[in-house]
Design a protein around this ligand. Structure first.
Ligand SMILES: *Cc1c(COP(=O)(O)O)cnc(C)c1O
Length: 347
């Protein structure tokens, strides 16, 4: 494969002269003794009266050190949903280009394709929820810009085999986006370490799951400097707000607590997997490398309703392809899981 990012970028994006904000034109805005009369802000200090850093430099320094990556290879967004949307808007020409996603998987790839008027070619996973590489490559044409690989995959919980991801990276000349929202719950290594070897690889992660910050909305894209520069060019100037940047830094500097919570969730996952074997209407428990478990039951709609009756909300995935009569259970606290188990055994 021959990867050239210029074959990928939309013409209007290539030509675009990005909006230049006051904070872009004078970047050094932390300088305490300067007077800032450039952005029409209210001058009275309250902690958030100033626009946030459009490049989120402080957050990227912390992340860059943590992940051992150059801050120029990081793009931050208002959740990974914004990051994924930027990928569509940078590389996929509406009504011309297409992307490939692999159901059953995260629903946003298809929603974002629809919003952006981009064809989403769906190639089902195999029955053991692995990418069908030959079929995927058969669906690629000159207008295929992105293949989305969610690994560990939502809602199935497994990660994709290294061999199939490698084949796709090598044979596809568009962008491979690996969504690693759940990577911190897996024993498998992140693809981040391999980023340098594959100019067509972009990796998305999020602070919404393992990092415990779903409420602040912070998503991350790692890629080559060239890919990140394109996304940076089209992102809204102040897409990550000040409060989010502050809370993210605070939390990222508390890695011990994050790690302890991940360990606790994985431990709870193991005990839940164990007890689920004793629930009579559970027909199959799928292997998981995420903070949720997918199970097959006798009648998903019935069991879902029964749990709601008992005050427990889970996710019914029965309408998803290959997921008939499946339910997705998020791992809660020990106490919540105990109540879940009691409810399951009582139904
Ligand atoms: C939850 C989830 C996300 C997170 O999205 P945010 O917008 O960052 O909260 C991304 N991808 C997958 C597969 C998810 O399940």
């Amino acid at each position: 494969m021959s990867f050239d990012i210029n074959n990928l970028i939309r013409e209007n994006v290539k030509k675009l002269k990005p909006y230049s904000s006051a904070r872009d034109e004078f970047e050094d805005f932390d300088t305490a003794d300067m007077i800032f009369l450039d952005a029409n802000e209210n001058p009275y200090q309250n902690g958030v009266n100033r626009y946030p850093d459009p490049q989120q430099a402080s957050v990227k320094v912390v992340l860059g050190q943590m992940k051992n990556i150059n801050p120029k290879q990081i793009l931050l967004g208002n959740g990974s949903d914004e990051v994924l949307d930027l990928l569509f808007r940078a590389f996929c020409e509406p009504k011309v280009d297409n992307v490939i996603s692999l159901p059953p998987t995260y629903g946003m790839y298809s929603v974002l394709a629809n919003i952006n008027a981009v064809e989403n070619r769906e190639v089902l996973l195999s029955t053991d929820f692995q990418p069908q590489v030959a079929q995927i490559l058969e669906n690629v044409d000159a207008n295929t810009k992105i293949i989305f690989l969610c690994s560990p995959n939502n809602p199935t919980g497994n990660s994709f085999s290294e061999a199939s991801v490698l084949t796709l990276l090598k044979k596809f000349s568009g962008l491979i986006v690996i969504d690693e929202a759940y990577i911190d719950f897996s024993e498998k290594a992140s693809w981040l370490a391999k980023l340098e070897h594959y100019p067509n690889l972009a990796i998305t992660q999020t602070l919404s799951k393992a990092y415990g910050l779903a409420g602040i909305r912070l998503g991350i894209c790692y890629g080559s400097e060239a890919i990140i520069a394109v996304l940076n060019k089209i992102k809204p100037p102040y897409n990550v707000n000040e409060l989010t940047q502050q809370r993210a830094i605070k939390r990222l500097n508390d890695q011990g607590k994050i790690d302890a919570e991940i360990v606790a969730i994985i431990k709870e996952r193991a005990s839940l997997l164990n007890v689920l074997k004793d629930v009579k209407f559970v027909e199959k428990i799928y292997p998981t490398e995420a903070n949720f478990i997918l199970i097959k039951v006798d009648d998903a709609n019935k069991r879902y309703a029964a749990l709601i009756e008992k005050g427990i909300v889970i996710r019914n995935r029965t309408t998803q392809p290959l997921c008939e009569n499946t339910l997705r259970l998020t791992i809660g606290t020990a106490e919540e899981n105990k109540k879940l188990i009691e409810a399951l055994l009582a139904i």
